[in-house]
Design a protein around this ligand. Structure first.
Ligand code: S3P
Ligand code: PEP
Length: 431
């Protein structure tokens, strides 16, 4: 069964544990693979994207053993196996990070398994940057399939654009410490999703890597010849996925508790808590526990979405039911994700009955506190965050919403519908 029927649900209540962070899991798996000893990662995420990183580091020669609470990894250090092909599924961050690491291999091809999703996403900025240190890349106009003919890049001066994705810079930050010579990275244009780079730097530091970063995160000096330490890591709860649960609680009459959401997290998406507060949703956040007591009433909000890129769709879904007009600005790079998260997402919201407008880098929502009509089929566009967000809207529609191909939610949150059901939502897998 691949579709989900979301039937209007006025109340939600109960407690769940946030799932584990996807972005920290992919990073810890990678730095463990780049170490020569044995590292342990406690409470790793289990999702298609984290599985993709696990599969690829294994293919590259890491030894991976796991049980219910941890993964133990013996890394390949700076000497990955001479693998010919890697399959990253639909995971953008995994692809971009491993494109850089693949330059330590003679000849690797990244296959194109999701031509209508990851297959449409642009990687030219990273391809250009790798070219500056002598890595040869063949590609399909900057897109998959991509072949990296690495050999032995030495490091040096690299300029990379940050205007489309922060993942290109993160990829270079994982690679350059392993190169023989020192490197200098200068970020050109803007740097989108800058907060996520903070997570990369945090993980690199935990792995014993030294990076000298300017305060604005636009330039870096990276000593060469470093090695990654084998360490023990603990994965924190995931804010982007939990943002959808919290937004669902905000649009219903609710008494919902989510555990494991660290107040001091470097995840930008923790801003979901502040944004819901600005929308006057009754909630508390203490001892890493968020408690929402929704009364269904929300006020419109204006927010710089680039601070919390993976939570914007959930915030917009909440704004659909707010009093007044909300504006989410600086969100152009949502267009380069699993789908065009502005045009494609707003088309689905409109089908459900929402009153939304798009600009090149903005989403505008004219709230409908009275609810929306629903009663339509939603195209998921291969996008887990579209699926999660439209589910929120379905909870407060007049007629059920059928979400086609909702199984793609497993990219980051395979148990999203189980969690919602545990809170009392009427969500069912259907034929
Ligand atoms: O580095 C990462 O792990 C990620 C960076 C962000 O992408 P962009 O930098 O492309 O916005 C984010 O949307 C993605 O889910 C994960
Ligand atoms: C955009 C996302 O992931 P990625 O870029 O890694 O595919 C996401 O998780 O919403």
């Amino acid at each position: 069964m691949t579709d989900v029927l979301v039937t209007p649900t006025p109340t939600l209540s109960g407690e769940i544990q946030a799932l584990s962070s996807k972005n920290y899991t992919t990073r810890y798996l990678l730095v463990a693979a780049l170490a020569e000893g044995t590292s342990t990662i406690y409470y790793p995420a289990h999702s298609e994207d984290s599985d993709a990183m696990r599969r690829c580091i294994r293919d590259l020669g890491a030894i991976v053993e796991e049980d219910d609470e941890k993964i133990v990894i013996t890394g390949f250090g700076r000497n990955p196996k001479d693998v010919k092909e890697l399959d990253v599924g639909n995971a953008g961050a995994v692809l971009r990070f491993l494109m850089a690491i693949a330059s330590l291999c003679p000849d690797v091809t990244f296959v194109n398994r999701y031509p209508d999703s990851l297959g449409k996403r642009p990687h030219s900025d990273l391809i250009d940057a790798l070219g500056q240190i002598g890595v040869q890349v063949t590609h399909n106009e900057g897109k998959l399939p991509i072949t990296i003919k690495g050999g032995q890049p030495k490091g040096g001066k690299i300029q990379v654009s940050g205007a489309v994705s922060s993942q290109f810079l993160s990829a270079l930050l994982f690679l350059t410490p392993l190169l023989a010579e020192d490197s200098e990275i200068e970020v050109l244009n803007d740097l989108k999703s800058k907060v996520v780079v903070g997570q990369t730097l945090e993980v690199l530091e935990q792995a014993g890597i030294v990076i000298h970063a300017s305060e604005d995160l636009m330039s870096y000096r990276i000593p060469g010849g470093q090695s990654y330490d084998a360490k023990t890591y603990i994965v924190q709860g995931d804010y982007p996925g939990s943002a959808a649960i919290l937004a669902a609680a905000a649009v219903t009459q609710s008494d919902v508790i989510v555990h494991r959401l660290a107040e001091k997290s470097k995840q930008g998406e923790r801003a979901i808590v502040d944004v819901l507060r600005m929308m006057e949703v009754p909630l508390t956040h203490d001892n890493d526990i968020v408690h929402v007591k929704g009364n269904g009433r929300l006020k419109a909000v204006e927010f710089d979405g680039d601070q919390a890129t993976d939570a914007v769709l959930a915030m917009v879904a909440a704004a659909v039911f707010a009093e007044g007009t909300s504006r989410f600005y600086d969100v152009e790079n949502l267009r380069y994700k699993e789908c065009d998260r502005i045009t494609d997402y707003l088309n689905e919201l409109r089908k459900a009955g929402a009153n939304v407008e798009e600009r090149q880098s903005e989403i505008i929502v004219h709230g409908r506190p009275e609810g929306v009509e629903g009663g339509v089929e939603i195209n998921a566009h291969y996008d887990h965050r579209v699926i999660m967000a439209l589910t929120i809207v379905g909870l407060r529609s007049k007629q059920p919403l059928r979400i086609r191909d909702a199984h793609h939610v497993a990219k980051s949150y395979p148990i999203y519908f189980d969690h919602l059901k545990a809170l009392g939502a009427n969500v069912e897998w259907v034929e």
